[in-house]
Write a protein that binds this ligand. Sequence first.
Ligand SMILES: [Zn+2]
Length: 254
Amino acid sequence: MILFLIHKNLEVIILAKKYVIFKDDDIGKDFEGFKKWIDVVLENKAKAAIGVIGRYLKNQELRKYLNSLDEKQIEIFCHGYYHSHLPYIYNKLLRRKTLSKTEFNKDFGKQNLSLKKYRLLESKYLKIKSIALGPQGNIWNEFIIDAALKNDFKLMFSWDKAKHKLLTIPLTDNFKQNSLDEFISAYKKNKENSIYTLQFHHANLSETQFDLMAEVIDFLKNDEDRVFVTPFELLKISKSDKTIFDLMAPENVR
Ligand SMILES: [Zn+2]
């Protein structure tokens, strides 16, 4: 069921029971795969949040494309500045249990510098300033909160419900299925979640999975009555819907 509410400043806010966010990471590394992913989202009238790696904004073709997208439908978030994949490779090779340092489990100074560098290129090259942060590998330590707030981020994608001061977009699942039946059986356990955030890595998707994306969009919209939102829209909804706010406010978590 979808309700419409006229807000006091006469904006129409959609109040749905259930929302969906598609999150795609690593924008900048694989331009062709990324464009293909966006095409599926646009052709199926969905919405998405896309995580740009700051240093790739030096690529003129990429930023021209990013600026051509409608931010009400495709919203950019910050996926770090450097995003080295070396720590992941070391960990795999050495089968280590303790993770090597990535960009957002370093000290405050280094995290702050990364975000400042991101903001600098963003203000130079992009038409919109992003409000959400999605740390690489979703790996972070407590310093990320101050670094994010200091650099004017309002939201952070997170699997954890740790106690801190930044609003989060709770992550729900990774897209890894190969058929709609497989997807639906994985989806069942999250069916009742008001916010369903599905994480993608376009670079890893097979042709079958690109096709499946369209079926999944149709299923979530039409069978599950979920409304696609961007991080900005979810933040706005959280201001008038307490259930949503509580899901996004980790300081309430005991
Ligand atoms: Zn990444």
